[in-house]
Design a protein around this ligand. Structure first.
Ligand code: NCD
Length: 338
């Protein structure tokens, strides 16, 4: 498996990822997918290493897929659940991380409802001069890098199964529809998809797709210093211009738990204006495919029958890709440690 262009200890955000890093992940994930197709779906790559899954927020897909990925690489896993842990006795998150460090954790996969928690733990691990790698598995509304990478792997594999790579998306149009403002998945995907050269179109009601969002890419950091200049990001408050000739649609869950104000009239009206339906697909490129990170509110962001239609929906491929991509991340971060 290729590790040539990998130097990162932590994966916290995709903002500063280079094209070479994306391609290294995609190629390594393709090798991992091959491992997963064998009769014995396991390699000894991380034997003896400890991966601590620290999910301070509920998760089905991400947590299970990191756990399976670690096991397929022969790492030992520690699973932490906030309800049954010493957090309920008042232990701080940094102390929890230090406890796992003392047990010999080599990597920590962290999800937390507050943005910046994985970063804070990574800073502390570096300050203590440990070798521990931190993987952000979703922090508040900030980022969810492994989700965006598995989305990237899913769509580039569709275009070239053997050799998925970033540039395959250079002339594609991708619509991201729905609750962008509360979505860490959207924020990470904006970095990876615009890095490919694709045109990325955001669509949703103004309360969920605020005008300032274009500045998310254009205003962050110095464009000249960014590893990826000239990102192409567009914003719409109607869904039609975003869907017109789109090759891929990424629809997002309405994050009811993160909505502090009443940002929507009703779910029915939302579906009428922004829901992905068979009728709306007529606007898109004929071969259009639909992604959704899950969990899905059936009949809200996407019609229920479309979600289950394998001609259009990539949702189950996304889940399958998740294991290979998370194996690739753990492998790249973990190789060289032991
Ligand atoms: C997402 C998350 O938790 O950020 N889900 C996931 O990881 N597959 C998206 C969501 O919760 O809507």
């Amino acid at each position: 498996m290729a590790t040539a262009t990998w130097t990162r200890r932590h994966v916290l955000s995709l903002e500063d990822f280079t094209s070479a890093e994306y391609d290294t992940i995609l190629q390594t994930a393709a090798s991992c997918r091959e491992v997963l197709s064998r009769r014995t779906k396991k390699v000894p790559a991380l034997q003896g290493q400890v991966v601590a899954n620290m999910f301070f927020e509920p998760s089905t897909r991400t947590r299970s897929s990191f756990e399976l990925a670690a096991k397929r690489l022969s790492a030992d896993t520690l699973n932490f659940a906030p309800g049954t842990s010493s957090l309920t006795k008042g232990e701080t998150i940094l102390d929890t991380a230090k406890t796992y460090l003392a047990m010999g954790a080599d990597m920590m996969v962290i999800r937390h409802r507050e943005a910046g928690v994985p970063h804070a733990i990574a800073t502390e691990m570096d300050r203590l001069q440990t070798n521990v790698g931190i993987l952000n598995a979703g922090d508040g509304q900030h980022e969810h890098p492994s989700q965006a990478l598995l989305d990237l792997f899913t769509i580039t594999s569709l275009l070239d199964f053997e050799y998925p790579r970033l540039k395959l998306l250079a002339d594609k149009k991708i619509a991201i529809v729905g609750d962008i403002v509360h979505s860490r998945v959207a924020r990470s995907n904006i970095w990876s998809l615009t890095a490919s050269g694709a045109e990325v179109h955001l669509a949703g009601p103004p309360t969920l797709v605020p005008q300032e969002f274009t500045e998310y890419v254009q205003g962050t950091g110095d464009q000249a210093e960014s590893p990826i200049p000239n990102r192409r990001l567009f914003l719409h408050w109607d869904i039609e211009p975003a869907l017109k000739d789109a090759d891929f649609i990424m629809t997002l869950r309405l994050q009811k738990e993160r909505m502090t104000a009443h940002l929507l009239p009703s779910l029915r009206e939302y579906h009428q204006r922004y829901g992905i339906t068979r009728d709306r697909l007529k606007l898109c490129h004929p071969g259009v495919k639909i992604l959704h990170p899950g969990p899905v509110n059936r009949g809200v962001e996407i019609s229920s029958e479309l979600m289950d239609d394998p001609q259009f929906s990539l949702i189950s491929q996304q889940v399958t890709s998740g294991v290979a991509v998370r194996m690739a991340l753990l492998y790249l971060m973990g190789s060289g440690k032991s």
